[in-house]
Design a protein around this ligand. Sequence first.
Ligand SMILES: [Zn+2]
Length: 182
Amino acid sequence: MASLCSPRTATVHAMALWALLAMGCGQAGPQPDFEVRGVGVMVRSDAPFAAQPDLAHRIESTLGAALDYWGGTFEQVAGMTVTLDGARYVACDGVASAIGCFDGDIRVSTSDVGTAFACVEQTALVHEVGHAVIGDRDHADPRWMDFEAVAAALDGRTGYDGQAPTDCPVAVSVWRHPPHRR
Ligand SMILES: [Zn+2]
């Protein structure tokens, strides 16, 4: 499909161009699987939690807790996408071993050292929302080394191990990052 969207397409008959636009050739990338408060969510993971019917609600409440922590609003992140990636690492601006990335959109690994996280709250999403709200690529803000309040807000929820419900304790160590190092 990508070749149909090349600039040469502009030379084809106007009606054909309209048809291509209707097929989504004007879009920047793949469409989200669903939306939460204006945030597109793309599920590229077979982690059990990512297939649960509560996923949208859990993402919304995790985003809400993270936005509260960082002093942000859903209006600030509306239009972004959050991708749940089953790979252990997500490619991020030359960093090969990132478990999360913000580059205008958010991608987080759903894999914890080769085993799937049990719930979305355990991923790096809370960390990446911080970059979406305050930027601060150097992690200079002291909040990058805290996260206790957001952990308290998100702890004690249900996780999924296969289809079986389990615990899902959150660990601030996943979200913390010392200053001046990415
Ligand atoms: Zn970071």
